[in-house]
Design a protein around this ligand. Structure first.
Ligand SMILES: [Zn+2]
Length: 128
C-alpha cells in the first residue's frame, strides 16, 4: 500500500469556516499575534520555543480561488537545537487588516511584537 493512500487529504476543499474552526483548536489568538495553544514537539523532543517573526501575507494575490485570503506566517525557533519552523496560519481578513494597521511592515520581529502588544493593551508577555 502506498504511503500516499490518503492523498486526497493533501488537496482538501474546506469551507472557510471549517478552516478557521480547525485553526482555532491549535492556535491562540488572544494575544497580539497568534501563538500555538500547546508548544509543538520539536524534532529534538523538547517543547521550548523562541518567537522569531509574524509575517502577514495576502495569499489571494496569486491565486483567485483561495478560500482564506490571509496567512500569518508564525516563525518559532527551538530553544535547544535551533530548529526553525514556520506555520502558515490562516487568519480572518479583519484580523489581518487590524494587525497590518499596527506596524509599518507586514513582518513583525519578536521585539517589535512585544512593544506592539504592550502599546495595544495586551498583556506585555503572552500568557502572563
Ligand atoms: Zn529542538
Amino acid at each position: 500500500m502506498s504511503s500516499y493512500s490518503n492523498w486526497e487529504s493533501y488537496f482538501p476543499e474546506l469551507d472557510p469556516e471549517d478552516i478557521h474552526a480547525r485553526v482555532a483548536t491549535m492556535w491562540d489568538f488572544s494575544w497580539a499575534y497568534p501563538l500555538p495553544k500547546r508548544p509543538p514537539m520539536c524534532g529534538c523532543g523538547r517543547r521550548e520555543w523562541h518567537a522569531r517573526t509574524w509575517g502577514f501575507t495576502d495569499r489571494r494575490r496569486g491565486e483567485a480561488g483561495l478560500r482564506v485570503k490571509w496567512r500569518c506566517n508564525v516563525s518559532l525557533k527551538c530553544a535547544w537545537c535551533g530548529e526553525v519552523r514556520t506555520w502558515g496560519v490562516p487568519v480572518r481578513d479583519e484580523y489581518a487588516a487590524e494587525r497590518l494597521s499596527w506596524t509599518e511592515l507586514p513582518n513583525v520581529q519578536w521585539r517589535e511584537a512585544l512593544r506592539v502588544a504592550e502599546a495595544r493593551g495586551f498583556s506585555p508577555t503572552p500568557g502572563a
